[in-house]
Design a protein around this ligand. Sequence first.
Ligand code: PMP
Ligand code: GLN
Length: 378
Amino acid sequence: LPSKLPNVGTTIFTVMSKLAQEHKAINLGQGFPDFNASPDIIQLVTKAMQDGYNQYAPMPGTIELREQIAIKTERMYGYAPNPDTEITVTSGATEALYAAISAIVSPGDEVIVLEPCYDSYVPAIELNGGIPVYVSLSSDDFSINFSQLQSAITSRTRAIIINTPHNPTGTTLTQKDLQFLAILLRDRNIYLISDEVYEHIIFDGQQHQSVLRHAELRERSFVISSFGKTYHVTGWKLGYCIAPRELSTEFRKVHQYLTFSSFTPLQIALAEYLRNPEPYESLPQFYQQKRDFFVNLMQQTRFSLLPSRGSYFVLASYGHITDESDTDYAIRLTKEIGVATIPLSVFYSNKTDNKLLRFCFAKKEETLERAVERLMKI
Ligand code: PMP
Ligand code: GLN
């Protein structure tokens, strides 16, 4: 069978999680918390099921959940999207990314991705006949080089995908970045897909620069988030997309036939749970503490950590320890030291190896301590 995705194999997240299991390694690779969600939210989901909310939800999501998303968005970013026409609930951010790309990309269209980037963007572009155009983030601090971005734009450019806070590097976009982007896109017929799944995981007093804060960019954007990250429930796969009416209409056409609607009990429960802003408003502090705890411990090892300003990831440089490729080293660390990570090269189209590993610190303190004890042996 001729493959539609000849270059796609098993994702590195699956590969490293499996290897970690086989070798009983501590898994700081695939991004997910090893602690449980709040008992309150679990109770609300249980109650929703017991109350009989077990049939199809409305195609765009329950209106109660969309209303609460609108309230949260206004509270955070000063903009209230219309729940009827501008918010669609999806089965995770992965579905939302796919639906947004599918809604706008036709065969031959170019979509600019900034590398390193999350692994679902490119296959989604390719499945829709689009052509990914790669622009590398700066190798020093992973910021956007706007002159390179500008040079990558052609008459075929249909969209640009951005992600802040950024997986895998832990960097964040600034207000200036969004202003540059707005100037670059002005008078151009280019959409923006903004992956903001780590919107509430941002450190050192920074404000998350949501595209939704920016009126000019908002007009051309699909803004995507995920409850998995915000409420420590990555396995629930519930997310959403906020986009202007016309874009949402096209987005919903895809969503309608991709999944039709998403898991009803979660929507009932989350509409209730979202009424209290405390859990998401305290998330920056919660994860900053974990980041600081892990970064401090790692000072006892030979790794050099790069700054993490958001997300639950931090990069570690090891070029001064060994010449091994990042993939070989990640595999060896899993097997011999008992700590699994993700090699950064997998997030590049040409597998650029900068001798960097990605660590996930969304873990209990004792997990991070045990991992660092092992890493100190290097
Ligand atoms: N985008 C980024 C940057 C992510 O890290 C993830 C989660 N791994 C997703 C999208 C997908 O989110 P979800 O699990 O809600 O599909
Ligand atoms: N987003 C997670 C990460 O970056 C992985 C999600 C997945 O396994 N597909 O680690």
